[in-house]
Design a protein around this ligand. Structure first.
Ligand SMILES: [Zn+2]
Length: 363
């Protein structure tokens, strides 16, 4: 992350998008930047890739509404403590809205709602799935999950790493509150006398919330729309036959239809930008292109790990292998749903994928 002081550079265009604050501008963690009236951008560094997350502080009468929270790690809690007393002037957090269940978004929601005795606002599937996933904490990896990765052609070394790391999801998430306020697609909620429309996307997570404020012309997009990275869309072991990519592409098309062109998008990672329709089209085309390359590659039977070159430009190895399996399977399952590819289960336990003879070419 490039952190600059709170003086932004000039507007920049890059790959069809406009960056009104320039590219590479991120406010310092303790100095939120007012990006629209009463809407403040908090950028917190975090370990891993991406190396930061954008969180949003909305003025809300005599307090604040917080959108996304960061991971449950000391460095992020410390930044919040400084913000509570500093920038937020000791005014209470009145509600915590979470876009989706990943630890960088939901991690401190339980901690914050308890601290301020306020409620968590989240969609039902994100809440329920997060609750279910944290119950894996401390458990050994189940056999079905090991077999899922074996069937993809993953080697023993990477499987061992998976066994070691399984069950750590919950460690970055402070225990969730036992009740929540459900956010539903299409509803409007009121924050500081302004209406915000809830839009639900899917594919990166099951019921991902975006918030659109027509009066301010801003869209808080979470991980559903990022300006440069494409969000991870993966098949996971508990639901091996799922087709998250179709849900993802349908969501992108659906959001594109609803958004006027001049909206300022506030993504959870990277910089705010304009050009939401262009970006959503880029995301859809990106995956269509991968589907087409993958279809061409499986003119002979291929294991999942042999399909990586169609989906990734970089070499995949080590810790990148399992996420790559998830993403590659998302594309393969989409082709299976389209009746273009079939999965063959082989006696050695490793599946192969092959074009169906009568499949029409992907378009
Ligand atoms: Zn995410």
């Amino acid at each position: 992350m490039v952190t600059s002081s709170n003086t932004q550079s000039a507007s920049e265009s890059y790959r069809g998008l406009q960056y009104p604050l320039g590219r590479g501008f991120f406010p310092e963690p303790q100095k939120p930047y007012e990006i629209a009236e009463g809407v403040y951008w908090v950028c917190m560094p975090m370990p891993g890739n991406p190396d930061h997350i954008n969180l949003w502080l909305l003025e809300d009468g005599d307090g604040w509404t917080v959108v996304d929270t960061g991971m449950n790690i000391p460095s992020m809690r410390d930044i919040w403590e400084q913000l509570f007393e500093g920038f937020m002037k000791g005014k209470p957090v009145k509600r915590v809205i979470v876009t989706h269940l990943h630890p960088d978004h939901i991690g401190l929601a339980g901690w914050m709602t308890r601290r301020f005795d306020c409620r968590l606002w989240i969609s039902r599937e994100e809440y329920m799935m997060c609750k279910a996933m944290v119950t894996d904490t401390g458990k050994p990896a189940p056999d079905v999950a090991i077999n899922f990765y074996k069937a993809a052609g993953v080697g023993e070394e990477v499987l061992e790493r998976y066994r070691q790391r399984f069950g750590h999801f919950g460690e970055m998430i402070s225990p969730l509150p036992d009740s929540y306020r459900r956010l539903k697609n299409g509803e409007t909620i009121e924050i500081n006398d302004r209406y915000w429309q809830v839009i639900v996307g899917s594919g990166h997570s099951p019921e991902h919330v975006l918030l659109y404020c027509p009066a301010l012309k801003i869209l808080i997009s979470g991980d559903q729309i990022l300006p440069r990275e494409t969000s991870n869309v993966s098949v996971m072991p508990p639901e091996p036959d799922s087709d998250p990519l179709d849900e993802w592409m349908a969501s992108c098309a659906n959001i594109r239809e609803q958004m006027p062109g001049n909206v300022l998008v506030l993504p959870a990672h990277e910089e705010p930008f304009k050009g939401v329709g262009v970006r959503l089209t880029q995301l859809i085309e990106f995956h269509k292109d991968k589907l087409s390359q993958l279809f061409n590659l499986v003119d002979e039977p291929k294991q999942v790990v042999e399909c990586f070159p169609a989906v990734f430009r970089r070499e995949i190895s080590g810790g990148a292998t399992l996420p790559a399996v998830g993403e590659t399977l998302a594309h393969l399952n989409s082709l299976i749903q389209r009746r273009m590819v079939m999965r063959q289960e082989n006696p050695d336990g490793v599946d192969t994928y092959l074009q169906l003879p009568d499949a029409c070419k992907f378009e």
